[in-house]
Design a protein around this ligand. Sequence first.
Ligand code: CTP
Length: 419
Amino acid sequence: MRASHVKQKRILLIISGGIAAYKCLDLIRRMREAGASVRAVMTKAATEFITPLSVGALTSERVFTSLFDLNDEQEIGHIRLSREADLLIVAPATADLIAKMASGHADDLASTVLLATDKPVLVAPAMNPRMWMHPATQRNVAQLRADGLHFVGPNTGEMAERDEAGPGRLAEVPEIIAAATSILAERARGAIAHLHARPLQGRHVLVTSGPTHEPIDPVRYIANRSSGKQGHAIARAAVALGARVTLVSGPVSITDPPGVDVVRVETAKEMLAAVEKNLPADIAIFAAAVADWRSASAAQQKLKKSGDKPSLDLIENPDILATVGKLRTGRPRLVIGFAAETSSVASEAARKLKSKGADWIVANDVSPDRGVFGGDGNTVHLVTAQGTEDWPTLSKDEVARRLLQRAAEHLSSGAAAAE
Ligand code: CTP
């Protein structure tokens, strides 16, 4: 984390009612230690969990709890509350507040400030796992992402109700601060000009995601541990920036990102065909973990244990990234690959950049101890012809958002125009 991006920044923290509200006290303390000033708005329900007195003691500012506190002209209006902030953080964000935000309600101070703001908003949800996974909440979250809001968490783990486990825990304080820092850093570069900016409007972004399954016989296949989380997050981030998005996905168990044309495939050959069919694109991002080999002759009938011991004769699959990266006509203006490595991450990525004809490679260390496969976090390095940038550990959503923001800047820069 680069504390400098938080220093002297004004954070408006919106606290809604949930058992995790107490963690806000530590969040405020840590943000102030990093040099930020923090002003807090609490919903009525939040005041049932922690007192405005303790929040005010930590922020050293008055705590705002009601719309009607703001009527007096001497007082701060809700527009001023958001105007005077660099970033709004909603933590914890309950299912109810998320629903209000998604449908544009403004019936208390927190929802009114959130509706009135044009500043970046970081949402840290916390709720019971069933409430988080309910289609209504997922729909609301998808809407807010598409509207350009940022999310951190929820994390998976044990909940306050002991017998409940699953996604719903408030992200840890350092994770919230890392996400806030990343947003403020991009804002400092002028990359996030406006909450509702749509820099990829009118662009087509093609994304591959997930593993491929290569059949051995009708019931068995060769596969890998890819969950599709990173590729799907990229598709979501591209939609949020206004792009038309085609997602070519191998078999995954996660839900389709809303607002995306999803093409489902099984094998590498099918993935290549779907990619070729969906070109042209302005940006193509290859996040799929494509199986390098397939069985030379998949059996038509199930291989029986009683038969001869089978041996697998493997042949190489087509390289989809290299095929598109080396296109002479109709090549997307920006071709981005991933490099999943367990050693020599940066040098391997630089080699793949050249050998596959990519413009950028997002390299990540997928050693088992890193928990990248199936996990929510990722530590990546962006490798371009200009060199390697090390990114901090971020959520897969945040990696996606940054990457797409950079891609949008690249397309609108003179460099791209000159290509
Ligand atoms: N890729 C692809 N088609 C393949 C293999 C890989 O499009 N048949 C893409 C991946 O989507 C990723 C990049 O190429 O963007 C690198 O994938 P990776 O698995 O890291 O590299 P490999 O080509 O498999 O090389 P190696 O086995 O040497 O690591």
